[in-house]
Write a protein that binds this ligand. Structure first.
Ligand code: NAD
Ligand code: IMJ
Length: 256
């Protein structure tokens, strides 16, 4: 079923390198004919994301640190100039201070809590507000979440609470933007070895547990997340909003 996004324009935030889930989503969108605009977090990431943008055939690369209101405003202005409208937006961004992911949740600092919430949850609200004016006639916004929002996952801690807020924000945004034909959804992906996961203690054993216990008996692949995001961004997902779609080999349905 080719060309699901022919003639459509997608903005993807969160490509850091070729292992990023956002990169796999970009590949799926491109395969189906979308033109892509990518953002990078800051100068330190610029070169690496420039390479990714070239590989993905992206038409534009723009700077956007989501913790900075003026960068979101600049992004919105740059997008109004070109391409002038958006059909799909992907928010694939999370951050917490490393020490908050190692200590017990009880030790979470006020600053660490607020940082995780700002970058990993509030940024979806800020991005949605910045892009909604470019989606006249409708569109789709998709974010990435993890099962640590609803279950206790060792070390996920402050990120789990931030993902719970993110998933709730998906529902409130879906309600606000639905009347304008803008759908808002989350994909809850199984664990995948990206830069954000590589440094996590015992990550390999988490991968082994999922591959052994999940109904489909394999680890989630980036391409599976890309194709789910494609469904949500395309007209095939036209009836779906406010949803958290698990793309995790079915792991989330299991007891013990
Ligand atoms: P990644 O490190 O490749 O992507 C994280 C991105 O967040 C990076 O591109 C980084 O630049 C960006 N970012 C962080 N702070 C930012 C800021 N202030 N402004 C702009 N960008 C900022 O890792 P990933 O695994 O691809 O993560 C993408 C999303 O997928 C995250 O929301 C993550 O929680 C989610 N997720 C990952 C997994 C996994 O196992 N890898 C599983 C489920 C959900
Ligand atoms: C992250 C921490 C603890 C357990 C984890 C993860 N598991 C998985 C992740 C089991 C799958 C990856 N994930 C879903 C994330 O959302 C990661 C977010 C993240 C990762 C880092 C590492 C480097 C850093 N800050 C981070 N902030 C957020 O300094």
């Amino acid at each position: 079923m080719p060309n699901l996004l022919q003639g459509k324009c997608a903005l993807i935030l969160g490509v850091a390198n070729k292992w990023s889930l956002a990169y796999a989503i970009g590949e799926a969108f491109r395969r189906e004919g979308a033109s892509l605009v990518l953002t990078y977090q800051g100068e330190r990431q610029r070169d690496a994301v420039e390479t990714c943008a070239a590989e993905l055939g992206a038409s534009r690369l723009l700077a956007c640190d989501v913790s900075k209101d003026h960068e979101l405003e600049q992004l919105s202005e740059a997008l109004k100039a070109a391409p002038g409208r958006l059909d799909a937006v992907v928010h694939s961004i999370a951050f917490a201070n490393r020490e908050e992911l190692g200590n017990s949740f009880l030790e979470t600092s006020r600053a660490g809590y607020l940082m995780a919430q700002e970058i990993s949850a509030y940024s979806l609200v800020a991005v949605a507000r910045a892009v909604a004016p470019l989606m006249g006639g409708g569109g789709s916004i998709t974010t990435l979440t993890y099962i640590g929002s609803v279950r206790v996952i060792q070390n996920y801690n402050v990120m789990g609470v931030a993902k719970a807020a993110l998933e709730s924000a998906v529902r409130y945004l879906a309600n606000d933007l639905g009347p304008r034909g803008i759908r808002v959804n989350a994909i809850s992906a199984g664990p995948i070895k990206t830069a954000s996961a590589r440094a996590i203690k015992d990550f390999s054993s988490i991968l082994d547990i999922v591959a052994t216990r999940a109904p489909l008996r394999h680890n989630t692949e980036p391409g599976e997340v890309g194709d789910a995001a494609l469904f949500l961004a395309s007209d095939l997902g036209r009836g779906v909003t406010g949803n958290v779609l698990y793309v995790d080999s079915g792991f989330h349905i299991m007891g013990f």
